[in-house]
Design a protein around this ligand. Structure first.
Ligand code: ZN
Ligand code: ZN
Length: 377
């Protein structure tokens, strides 16, 4: 089996295990909420809501597949990935509020013991079935995780086991209540509520971090920087900035190249860097590169220099007597170290002291650096 087939197999295993997990959770949600109400158990209702919370996570995957993957359009040039992010924040908040509601209700009843529910024995059976079902999902998913060496599947498997633990808490609480310690059922519901709040918090927090444009982890940034630094034509990297978008990352970065490169060669290097970044990490979906001829991270000494039209006007004025020897259409300007360095092409029949005259007269402008003369051979 080649690596491509392996990837397809792994994806299939991912899909199959999550469909089985969602179906089992659907049945458990309905069963636990129904028997929680009929059998008068706080803890079982809370556990049912826990299963519902897990289902909502699966729902997010579906929302992401349906809406977030729409291609970019004129109004949304970066794509629609943040639809998923927004939904996830909303869902996380709903889960946290729900958990808060369960805790609130249980606390009120614990303060007024007369209002405590008295679970019936059927609740024990439902909790037991839930434990067996979730442990079964754990084993089933773990087998697939080992077979495909998938960290994601392993994480899913462990989630099923934590769901089993949630039902163990219910079982203990209800058993305690049945044996006469009435508050244990409500107490168990509080424990389960914290598990629900944890799911909500994890979902919301990741997405809020994305919405406030939190960058990638320092380790990832270092790897990206190293990668760029080793690319041909790159002399330095600074202002590396990253953002997350759905499950993807967006990178923008300044790279320093040789100071006398042509615009087209600088562009060639930047496209090269962009391709290598996109190839190196499939999570990176967008790269913007700014080319620098010198390190401008802390200050940009060339920022105050005049633009080309002004420079040309100044040169024509001070070089008025030499203009007939100089091709003013082909003047190349280099903005470096706070000076304008000038390359000029001269005619063949130039006076022997032309170079000296041009340099001396240009110096009067106060902002020029080297003046380089090129003559036809
Ligand atoms: Zn869960
Ligand atoms: Zn820069």
């Amino acid at each position: 089996m080649n690596s491509r087939q392996r990837a397809v197999e792994r994806q299939r295993a991912m899909r199959n295990t999550s469909i089985v997990g969602a179906l089992v959770n659907l049945v458990l949600t309905a069963g636990k909420v129904f028997f929680g109400v009929v059998g008068q158990s706080h803890a079982l209702i809370a556990d049912g809501i826990h299963s519902l919370a897990d289902l909502s996570t699966d729902l997010m995957v579906w929302v992401a597949a349906k809406y977030s993957t729409q291609p970019a359009d004129e109004q949304h040039p970066y794509g629609h990935a943040r639809i998923e992010t927004m939904f996830t924040v909303g869902l996380g908040v709903v889960l946290i509020l729900t958990a808060g509601g369960i805790v609130w209700d249980a606390t009120e009843r614990l303060i007024n013991p007369d209002t405590l529910m008295h679970p019936s024995a059927i609740v024990l059976l439902v909790a037991f079935i839930s434990i067996v079902a979730n442990e079964g999902l754990y084993q089933y998913t773990m087998v697939a995780a080992r077979k495909h060496r998938s960290g994601l599947l392993k994480a899913n498997a462990w989630h099923h086991r934590s769901d089993a633990i949630s039902s163990v808490v219910v079982l203990l609480g209800v058993a305690g209540s049945l044996m006469g310690v009435a508050y244990l059922d409500a107490f168990a519901s509080v424990v389960v509520a914290f598990m629900i709040a944890k799911i909500g918090w994890d979902q919301a927090w990741m997405s809020v971090r994305e919405l406030i444009d939190t960058g990638l982890e320092p380790k990832q940034l270092k790897a990206i920087k190293e990668l760029i630094n080793n690319i041909e034509g790159v002399n330095g990297v600074h202002m590396l900035r990253t953002r997350r978008m759905g499950g993807s990352s967006i990178v923008d970065v300044h790279i320093q190249v040789d100071e006398f490169l042509s615009v087209s060669e600088g562009h060639r290097i930047s496209e090269h860097v962009r391709h290598i970044l996109l190839e190196s990490n499939k999570n990176i979906v967008d790269v913007a590169i700014h080319i620098d001829p010198e390190d401008d991270e802390n200050e940009d000494p060339s920022n105050r220099l005049p633009m080309r039209a002004q420079v040309m006007q100044d040169l024509r004025r001070v070089w008025a007597e030499e203009l007939k020897y100089v091709d003013m259409e082909k003047v190349v300007l280099h903005y470096l170290d706070g000076q304008v360095h000038v390359e000029v092409f001269c005619s063949r029949d130039q006076p022997h002291d032309l170079g000296g005259r041009l340099i001396e007269k240009a110096e009067a402008l106060g902002y020029t650096g080297d003046i380089n003369l090129y003559s036809p051979v």
